[in-house]
Structure formats: C-alpha cells, structure tokens
Ligand binder design. Structure first.
Ligand SMILES: [Mn+2]
Length: 334
C-alpha cells in the first residue's frame, strides 16, 4: 500500500519554472509553515527562486519566529514574474485569503493531506488524505526528485509531522510508512526529544492557567457522553499573542472515561460565539457543525454564530442528544 506516489506531472512542474510562489492557509501551523519553508529551501538548492506567502497570523508558538519570511500578498514587482505556484496544506481556494486573487493565470500545484472533494482546485493535484501531515508529502516530493533533506529541512519536516499527529499519538492508517519516513529524518540527526521540546516546551504560566480555567467550567450531559466547556468574554485571559492551548484541553477531556464528544463554547471579542467540537471514534461532530453552518471533519469541527452563549448552549446540548442513540448509548450510525 503506502501513500500515493508523487504524480509525474508534479516532477515535470518543478523543472518548468525558474521561480515559484509558495502559499499556505490562514492561521498557519507548524505543518503548513514547515512544508512551505522546506519546499523553498529545496527549490533554492535546485537553483530556483522561491517566494513565501501566507495570510497569517503567526500566533502559534512553533511558527512565530518565521513570520518575517512571509508576505501576505504578491507585491507588484513580483506580479510580472513567470512563476509556478505551490499551495500547501490547503485544498480550497478560500483558505488562502487574499492570495487567491494572486493566482490568476498561474499554473498551480496543490499539495495537501485533506480532500475538499468537489471543491478541490489546482492544475496539478497531489492530494493524499491518508498522509498525516503535508510535510510528509513534501518529503515524498523531494525523495521522488532524487533528493535527501538537509538536516535543517529534516528538522522542519519532523516538526510539521509532530504538529499534525499530536506527536505520533494520532497516527492511524499507514502508520508504518509514516514511521519509516520519519526514521529517515531521524537519520539526518533529528532527535524526537529536541523536536518535542521545541513544539511543547516554554509556554507562559498564564497559558497553563487558561487550561485550568477551561477545565473548571466543565459540565457533563447525556450520561457523561458530552462534556461542555465555555469561556466567557470577561473571563478571558490574555497572554501576549500566544495561542490558547485548546488542544490540551481537548486532549485532557476526551480521555475522561465515558466521554465521546466535547463542545468548547467561547464568546469572542467581536460579539460572536465560536463553538469547537471534538469527538472520539465514530461520533460525527462534523455533521453537527454543518447543521449550524460550520464545517470540519468527523472528529474535529466547529462553527461560529451571532447568537449569544446562553442562546447557543441549549441548542448544542440538544443536537448531541439526537446524535447519541438513547437505546444503547452508542452513536447513531449514519
Ligand atoms: Mn497539515
């Protein structure tokens, strides 16, 4: 089995241009930024020019240092360049913000590990939803071109993989191939220990208190199958641009015995209410998010609404009620 091979037209695309624009998605993470920076480094080693673009913001700790390498639009002086475009970690046009307007007339290769189904775009597509991170697909491209990542490239590829797999925890299908690929990064001198410290170390104490605050609001519904946490505007903590550590809140609560799903409701500063949904196994929170006008996957989804916290809350609890089968406590199969 293994992941989809790199399409030959993608390798040909690499040779067709002297310059490339590398684009990624809104609110980038270590996987997206790592993939873009490694692709740029790889292309430059092949004698190409590479320009990095991102809609930002660069809030997440693991990417904050790199914001200065990226522009949020293609400036006039680069517009006339004959350049091929790579869009990485993103399969829909609306996820690259204003950069979508800079694609016009350019040959575009989309490399991603999520499928947008009929919204997929790009002239060349290398889309492999079984790959746990887009950095592994960049590694596949480099290896298919007969190349080996430099130690610095290997480190960024490892960080991207670690970001998207919760440091190996979420590896599912094709874990064997992922681990064999990561082993080749380790052979370049990259230690899991140093990547772990880079990705998960040096948080502010305030960000730990945020986790405590969130946990303290936890309520249980539907016999403990649904956990609900909330953050009200006047309870919000600020911590100098550092991202709220919601992933750690999810991880702690989803590991509670009997918990099948959780909803995190937050009053946003702009008077909207955002709802993040997470679940384990077959409970499909993507469906609930879509019913509320949002989107996402089976186990991770969300939406935002103009309704207040107090208006939204009972509707969510009710929506989960119809998702869980009251007869045997298992999620209704759809
Ligand atoms: Mn990713």
């Amino acid at each position: 089995m293994g992941y989809l091979d790199v399409p030959p037209e993608l390798i040909a695309f690499l040779d067709r241009y002297d310059a490339f624009f590398l684009m990624g998605h809104i609110d980038p993470d270590g996987d997206c930024i790592g993939a873009q920076m490694v692709m740029a480094s790889f292309l430059r080693r092949r004698g190409k020019t590479a320009h990095l673009f991102s809609p930002g913001p660069f809030n997440r700790k693991e990417i904050r240092a790199y914001g200065g390498y990226f522009l949020d639009r293609v400036p006039a002086e680069l517009q006339r360049l004959r350049a091929g475009v790579f869009v990485l970690d993103c399969a829909t046009r609306d996820r690259i913000g204003g950069l979508a307007q800079d694609l016009a007339g350019r040959e575009t290769a989309v490399v991603d590990h999520h499928s947008a189904g009929d919204q997929d775009f790009g002239d060349i597509r290398y889309i492999e939803p079984r790959a746990p991170s887009v950095t592994l697909l960049v590694q596949k491209i480099m290896e298919a071109a007969g190349d080996t990542p430099t130690p610095e490239e290997a480190r960024k590829l490892f960080v991207g993989f670690a970001t998207d797999t919760g440091f190996f925890r979420h590896l599912e299908t094709e874990a064997g191939e992922a681990l064999r690929m990561v082993a080749r990064l380790a052979d370049r001198g990259i230690t899991p220990r140093s990547v772990y410290r880079e990705t998960y170390g040096s948080h502010s104490l305030e960000s730990r208190f945020f986790i405590a605050d969130a946990l303290r609001t936890t309520e249980t519904f539907h016999d403990g199958k649904l956990l609900l946490v909330h953050e009200l505007r006047d309870h919000s903590r600020s911590f100098q641009g550092e991202n709220r550590q919601t992933d750690q809140v999810y991880q702690l609560l989803l590991s509670v015995e009997g918990c099948q799903a959780l909803a995190f409701i937050r009053e946003e500063p702009d008077d909207t209410t955002s709802v993040s949904l997470r679940s384990v196994d077959s409970v499909d929170v993507g469906k609930i998010a879509r019913d509320f006008g949002g989107g996402g996957h089976r186990n991770a989804a969300g939406f935002s609404t103009r309704e207040s916290y107090l208006e939204t809350r009972p509707r969510i609890i009710e929506a989960f009620g119809s998702l869980f089968d009251p007869a045997d406590g298992n999620p209704v199969s759809r």
